[in-house]
Design a protein around this ligand. Structure first.
Ligand code: ZN
Length: 270
């Protein structure tokens, strides 16, 4: 009896299934969405959330270690903390990345591979697809660079990104802590030519791009740490436009330029 009843139930269920399959009625189930190619939240670590496609999940572990380690190191040096999370958005290709960055014109530089315009989000091209502009390992350095910008906004307490520090300080901090640059030969040449720039000239984007801004701003940050120490430079990062308040009552842009040029001659000259 029991076996027969089971057979009857099985036949009934089969009939329902067959009936359901052959029905002309529109299905009421939600269409299945393939999320593989969407930049969505894939995982989190204590201070960062990682958004990427399924393919780029493969780089999250590497980026997670890099970012958490860098945050720990830089926050100890400059005495700040991040008490919530920063979103890390990894775009699968240049086209998608450029569609999602903030740029004042439609003419986005083809070499742009990372961006951070506030303290709660940074964006990069996937290290798995950043050739020929940057190699995989170069992109990991870009991750550290962009996260340092995010930390700078946090230090300033300007999470919204409405207040930008001058480029010589903003980029100098990022390239120094990402250990990027400088090209010693080109700096040595400018010293030999008696053609050293002034710090404040790097506030002009055109001057910055035409005069090896990343290289020279690295050395400005290096000089600031050497001359004033982490505690005072931390105050300057927080109050970028208050040089005397941050570094000392007798410090002006003129004395900074003189000190920086002496530092370059001593450390980058012949
Ligand atoms: Zn930068």
């Amino acid at each position: 009896m029991s076996t027969n009843r089971n057979l009857l139930v099985a036949a009934f269920l089969a009939a329902i299934l067959i009936c359901g399959c052959s029905s002309d009625k529109p299905t009421e189930s939600t269409p299945e969405v393939n999320n593989d190619n969407l930049v969505i939240l894939r995982s989190s670590s204590p201070h960062f959330n990682y958004y990427c496609t399924l393919r780029d999940v493969a780089v999250i572990d590497t980026i997670r270690v890099l970012l958490e380690t860098n945050l720990q190191r830089v926050s100890a040096l400059y005495n700040f903390s991040v008490n919530d999370t920063i979103d890390v958005k990894i775009y699968p290709d240049f086209e998608t990345f450029h569609d999602n960055v903030e740029w004042p014109t439609d003419d986005i530089p083809s070499t742009l591979v990372g961006q951070c315009v506030n303290g709660y989000e940074l964006k990069i091209v996937s290290p798995l697809n950043s050739e020929p502009i940057n190699s995989y390992s170069e992109m990991l350095i870009v991750v550290v660079h962009e996260s340092t910008h995010a930390f700078h906004f946090r230090i300033m307490g300007a999470v919204s990104g409405s207040l930008y520090p001058p480029a010589w300080l903003f980029e100098g901090f990022a390239v120094f802590e990402a250990n990027q640059y400088p090209n010693r030969d080109l700096i040595r040449q400018r010293i030999a030519d008696g053609d050293l720039p002034l710090i404040e000239q790097y506030e002009n984007p055109d001057f910055f791009n035409a005069n090896y801004g990343y290289h020279f701003c690295y050395t400005i940050h290096e000089y600031l740490l050497s001359a004033f120490g982490y505690d005072k430079v931390s105050v300057l990062l927080k109050y970028p436009n208050q040089i005397a308040y941050s570094l000392g009552a007798d410090v002006t842009m003129a004395t900074l330029n003189a000190g920086w040029h002496e530092f370059l001659a001593a450390n980058y000259g012949e």
